[in-house]
Design a binder for this molecule. Sequence first.
Ligand SMILES: Cc1ncc(COP(=O)(O)O)c(C=O)c1O
Length: 378
Amino acid sequence: MSADVLIGVYPPAELSVLHARRTTPAWPLAEAGLTLTHLGRGAVWLALRALGLRGGSRLAMPAYHCGSEVEAAHLAGLEVEFYRVDDQLRVDEDDLARVAAVTDAVYLISCFGFPTVARPSGSRVIEDAAHGLFSLHAGTPVGAGAEAAVFCPRKSLGTPDGGAVVVPAGRQIDVSEGRAPVRPMARSVASLVAARAAIARRRQLRARAARAIARMSRGDAAAREGTLTETVIGEWNLEVGDMEAAARAPSRLTAAVLGRVDGAAIRARRRRNYLRLRDELAELTLEPFRDLAEGTCPLYFPLLAGDRSRAIAALLARGVRPLEIWPVPHPILDRRRFPEPERARLSLLALPVHQALEDWHMDIVLAAVKDVLAKPSA
Ligand SMILES: Cc1ncc(COP(=O)(O)O)c(C=O)c1O
């Protein structure tokens, strides 16, 4: 089956914002203490440095993580002490307090844009809001108030690259020299533009773009064959030089877009799209993701799928391109000591809710999910 549309989890290029008038962007994009980087892991790298964490320092990190943030800490020579996260992906606050008491700082991750509110008293906190740009908790932006906050605008804004770190004004950030490499950025822009065409209103245009992407994407070929995990994973075994490169300035295009985006409008659209899925699929996600508290700006909808590889291949055939969510933890984690998130690693996939999607796109996503769930062997 080949679809006449391709709806991905991350937003496509939104070059029209370059014509928008510059306004004061939402927090943190106009902060005095903001530093933009090429990638999110580069922002983590700079955050660790800003807090004076170096070889021999001890950092508390969650047992459920993406892996590239742990790689940054590992390469910085830190001793990582993991704290427990339960089978619903909630932080085990007693375990966090225990680990926080013996570490120099605590690293918190707001998964999928949902704020992590645990705060061990007396600890310095790095808040990873790589998924949480424009998310609010009780009216306050996620990341505000931390000693350092890390963002990954490339995941939420359709830019070719982009990480960001925010530290309180006055604290020094020691940036890496140089800028993101030009050629990979040009490739990235081309694929973001193709992704935009693949969700266009004009059917012929989007069908052509969807076919072209299907031919060229290594990830999609792996998804069709059921070998996505091993093809996509590769965020570790990096070197210090990779982190320094990730900590360089982003491409000029990314910097220009970041000065013009409308955070409130993005949050409103993502919430609307999320609720569309949540209203029909609530029992197929973990408990913390069934409610969308006021202000939460979700990155995607996490869906539990019994046979995830099959579900991903079947959704792709219907024009929806999910992602596996954090299937493999960083190798320094002893998985037997921290078994609680294993089901999530095995079963969670991300469904799109991003701001470029209108109601008719969400109809397609929902119909595809229902069809796939109704036909276990399709
Ligand atoms: C929670 C978290 N932190 C940090 C990062 C690093 O971002 P990037 O891939 O842009 O280096 C990611 C994504 O990979 C992430 O999911």
